[in-house]
Design a protein around this ligand. Sequence first.
Ligand code: FE
Length: 145
Amino acid sequence: MYLASAKGNEEENDMNRKTSNDHWREKLSAEEFRVLREKGTERAFSGAYDGETGPGEYVCRGCGELLFDSDAKFDSGSGWPSFTSPIEGTNVLESEDRSHGMLRTEVSCGNCDGHLGHVFSDGPAPGEQRYCINSASLRLNEREE
Ligand code: FE
């Protein structure tokens, strides 16, 4: 009985995953899908927001969750949009990433589980955090200033 039910859940999970992937393939461009859903990384200096300096809020390209404010954006020279911190109280998750033979801290959207980028501790004082985020994972909602 227990086994049958566990198997049922497994099939259900497989189905959710498939439905979910279909949903994302429809909603996202191929590059956005690769980055957000497959933890890809866009080429340095290639993203739409690397050199963006305009004011606004950056939200998740997948689900619209509020993530970063332009006030926290700085030019790190890395080729990716860089922020000193997420907007306070937002649903940004950090987790250990041991892929590619490195130990890094992955940053993802807590709402849709979309991959955003990584955070490093070589950012500007006083916080010294550098949230290195793919443009493909973001959308800028511009604000008038
Ligand atoms: Fe999201």
